[in-house]
Design a protein around this ligand. Sequence first.
Ligand code: F6R
Length: 249
Amino acid sequence: MKIYRAKDYDAMSRRAAGLISAQIIMKPDCVLGLATGSTPIGTYRQLVEWNQTGDLDFSRVTTVNLDEYKGITPDNTQSYRYFMDENLFNKVNIDKARTYVPDGTESDSHRACENYNAILRAVGQVDLQLLGLGHNGHIGFNEPGDIFEKETHCVTLSERTIQANRRFFASEDEVPRQAYTMGIKTIMSARRILLAVSGEDKAGIVKTAFFGPVTPRVPASILQFHPDVILVADDAALSECDLPESGQL
Ligand code: F6R
């Protein structure tokens, strides 16, 4: 695992955006795996800026998102499809027909997951998978459990995740209890993984996930076994790790 240390959220966002744009420049028809949440907002903002100044071309890029709430429509402002449209897709020259997010409107969980697995197989290997990190070590919506789930599956969100997402909804009752998420095997199949982390509140889990044992109780810990992971984190998120300025684990 390579670790890039950034001084703050903005520097972390620029560094993550730089790595994504390098991927697009090297392979204009690449497949990007994308995440939602607070962490990548600055990264997407930077990518939009480079696209608008004509330095970055999304016209041949395909994207697959990690997850979506179950029982939510794309026009719901809290859906991950809406988030992606607002933060990236509507602002760059991407072909929206090649941007994929699990279908939260499909109430048959089995069908929703199989449909998304078929999409993932059809688009082929993800060249660069962007991830955020949950406070309990989740990646996508792969919550702590007894096993690493392999492919797209329906999850019941943990109380901690419901509380963390509560801030985006009018009331706790409105926070969806279930979600569809890419599985760990799919995430691990990406050629390269870019994990972006910011803030002191993530310092404990960064240490546990990347310096502790690999266990499904801390889903992100599996990334220790991936051959090409880049962790881009700010000083606050790395504050519990004993590391050089920038380095390799
Ligand atoms: C969202 C996702 C989640 C988030 C994680 C961190 O698509 O996959 O795993 O990356 O919950 O969220 P933030 O960035 O809001 O701290």
